[in-house]
Design a binder for this molecule. Structure first.
Ligand code: SF4
Length: 73
């Protein structure tokens, strides 16, 4: 079970990189924390390793090395 989570969640550093890009993106709604392209709640979407940015600003990652990013959900 834990291995499924391991490959499901984005590594912490990649999460921070993704969310940093979103926060400076013109398509980011800072009030709701949603992307205006996909309407996703980005603090959550950035944690899912196999979901990409719809405009290609960041891409999927194929594995994770840590589960400690669960702490910031
Ligand atoms: S997912 Fe992509 S388009 Fe949407 S806010 Fe983030 S960087 Fe911008």
């Amino acid at each position: 079970m834990i291995n499924e989570f391991k490959f499901f969640f984005t590594p912490k550093e990649e999460y921070q990189r993704r969310y940093g890009i979103c926060k400076s993106c013109e398509r980011f709604n800072d009030l709701t924390k949603q992307c205006k392209e996909c309407n996703c709640f980005m603090p959550m979407k950035c944690k899912i390793s196999n979901l990409p940015c719809p405009l290609g600003y960041w891409d999927i990652v194929d594995s994770t090395s840590e589960t400690d990013n669960l702490e910031t959900l």
